[in-house]
Design a protein around this ligand. Structure first.
Ligand SMILES: CC(C)(COP(=O)(O)OP(=O)(O)OC[C@H]1O[C@@H](n2cnc3c(N)ncnc32)[C@H](O)[C@@H]1OP(=O)(O)O)[C@@H](O)C(=O)NCCC(=O)NCCS
Length: 89
């Protein structure tokens, strides 16, 4: 689930694969598709967040070039792909 935030910024709110079908490459394939779609729509920066204990998500997003951006008050970590930019909306 992704959302355009203006100024070339997109948020990916959740990437979720059914537990029965995880660890078969579907999450990686889906992330590649989402990122290609966002770039095709003019996206240059993508933000997403997850629980820091979620090592599978962390490794997956780092594999696609995401880096740590900041920690939210609720403890989730925000990761970023592309240059840091403010969200307009
Ligand atoms: C995170 C998630 C989307 C990954 O989807 P997936 O289809 O399992 O991902 P893939 O099969 O493409 O695997 C991605 C990598 O994680 C590894 N991995 C997947 N499941 C794993 C597990 N249970 N234990 C250890 N490693 C695992 C794979 O080996 C792969 O590593 P590699 O890139 O080095 O080969 C999926 O686990 C999920 O939906 N989790 C619940 C929701 C969630 O946490 N979403 C992320 C935050 S929004």
């Amino acid at each position: 689930m992704y959302e355009p935030r203006g100024n070339g910024v997109f948020s990916v709110h959740r990437l979720m694969i059914d537990a029965a079908h995880q660890n078969q490459g579907i999450g990686s394939w889906s992330m590649r598709l989402v990122m290609d779609t966002i770039v095709g729509l003019g996206g240059e920066t993508i933000y997403l967040s997850f629980r820091p204990k979620n090592i599978v998500a962390k490794r997956l997003f780092e594999k696609f070039g995401f880096v740590f951006h900041e920690r939210e008050p609720d403890g989730e970590v925000v990761y970023r792909f592309g240059p840091a930019r403010d969200i307009e909306t």
